[in-house]
Ligand binder design. Structure first.
Ligand code: GLU
Length: 450
């Protein structure tokens, strides 16, 4: 069958230079072979051709002025990928290397992730090639206001509901919301990840990290194994990594590492959560400051990373949680994990493992939870926030956490059972891709050619 190749070639021609997007599409399409062979309706309705093309892509200029009166111009994006299952839903990323290909890969993944949650949400993603590092609060505010000056026309509680992602947290969501309200005069659930003071949901901040640990627990429990007592490797030092580490401690496991764009911390006594929170949430400084406070910890700067991968995956550990960014875990890293006795990988980031790393992990029979399943707790809790906003209710921490746990168990069970049905037991990538795809594709067929 050549449809995977044909689709990628067509995309390369129509949407050039979008490497990460081709990678995400190829991974999904490879998993769908068996379904497309047996379920003729997907081909008859041209679902593949339609599903790889976003319903709408908005690109816009974001001009803003820094504190010294200099003018800057960034590129803003909102890709509304698929609304078969509900309003477009997905985060905004502010990162200097962002481009259309990265936004499209994130949007494409989001469609399947959101479908997998079983909740009524479509998929979208957005952001800007803006570097928030070193920017003052006033600069961040002006940037967010300028970004919303364009985006407000396209979003709304029943059309498109953005949230945070890398570089966009509660502060940015606050400034974006304020500007939306000023422009439209409406106080409504147009964004998720809002402050708890005004419309946010309990557990949303923690949800991606907590959910990723719940997912790992499900994978382990299915083999009769436990999380407690195990050494864990975590990459990243943002919102996902911080609350994942918090949950690992609550489960009796031992997180030994974390990382940021300057390097990796290895603390053999276990990462000190309070120090990590202070450095990243309050002081917003590099992790290299960690070692001044904990002398037994090591800081491995970027320059000392292995040429073919990331320092964090070369440290021995039984469980690995990539929570930084795309393609941060290479085949050589995967090899090191396997050789060091790692038994499971649960992805907090979006597409953190390269395709050849995934192949190796699956061949080595590790428990492997791909991002679109393992990190879906964030967007699921965003949907809980939408539900609370729409009904003007507020759920308790326990209510949200219980539902989050149930959703993660459900996603795992659906991916596991779908993999068994398609004769690939244990292959959660295949199970997750097929389960997400069939839900979206069947909804598209029922809604006609739109
Ligand atoms: N950015 C997160 C993700 O990758 C959350 C999206 C949301 O809450 O809408 O799923």
């Amino acid at each position: 069958m050549t449809y995977v190749h044909e689709t990628i070639v067509a995309l390369q021609r129509s949407s050039p230079a979008q490497t990460e997007f081709y990678q995400a599409v190829e991974e999904i399409l490879e998993s769908l072979r068996a379904v497309l062979e047996t379920e003729e309706r997907y081909r008859r309705h041209a679902i593949i051709e339609r599903i790889v093309e976003p319903e709408r892509q908005i690109m816009f200029r974001v001009p803003w002025m820094d504190d010294h009166g200099n003018i800057h111009v960034n590129k803003g994006y909102r890709v509304e990928f698929n609304s078969a299952l509900g309003p477009y839903k997905g985060g905004l990323r502010f990162h200097p290397n962002l481009n259309a290909g990265i936004i499209k890969f994130l949007g494409f993944e989001q469609v399947f992730k959101n479908a997998l949650t079983g909740l009524p949400i479509g998929g979208g993603k957005g952001g800007a090639n803006f570097d928030p590092k070193g920017r003052s609060d006033a600069e961040i505010m002006r940037f967010c206001q300028s970004f919303m000056n364009e985006m407000y026309r396209h979003v709304g509680p029943n059309t498109d509901v953005p949230a945070g992602d890398v570089g966009v947290g509660a502060r940015e969501i606050g400034y974006l919301f304020g500007q939306y309200k000023r422009l439209t005069g409406r106080y409504e659930g147009v964004l998720t990840g809002k402050s708890l003071l005004w419309g946010g949901s309990l557990v949303r901040k923690e949800a991606t990290g907590y959910g990723c640990v719940y997912f790992a627990q499900e994978m382990l429990a299915n083999q009769g194994l436990e999380l407690a007592g195990r050494d864990c490797l975590v990459s990243g030092g943002g919102n996902v990594a911080i609350y994942l580490i918090e949950k690992l401690y609550q489960c009796g496991a031992r997180p030994l590492t974390c990382s940021d764009s300057t390097g990796t911390i290895h603390d053999p006594d276990g990462i000190k959560l309070e120090t990590l929170k202070t450095l990243k949430e309050v002081e917003k400084v590099s992790l290299k400051n960690y070692v001044q406070r904990h002398v037994r910890a090591h800081f491995i700067p970027l320059d000392d990373y292995p040429e073919d991968g990331h320092a964090v995956w070369r440290i021995p550990g039984e469980l690995a949680f990539p929570c930084a960014t795309q393609n941060e875990l290479t085949r050589a890293d995967a090899e090191a994990l396997v050789n060091n006795g790692c038994i499971a990988v649960s992805e907090g980031a979006n597409m953190p493992s390269t395709p050849d790393a995934v192949d190796l992990l699956l061949d080595a029979k590790l428990l492997y939870g791909p991002g679109k399943a393992a990190n879906a707790g964030g967007v699921a809790t965003s949907q809980f926030e939408m539900a609370q906003n729409a009904s003007m209710q507020r759920w308790t921490f326990e209510q949200v956490d219980t539902q989050l746990k149930a959703i993660m168990a459900d996603i795992y069970a659906r991916a596991r059972d779908t993999a068994i049905k398609y004769e690939a037991p244990g292959n959660i990538v295949l199970g997750a891709n097929i389960a997400g795809f069939t839900r979206v594709a069947d909804a598209m067929i029922e809604q006609g050619l739109v």
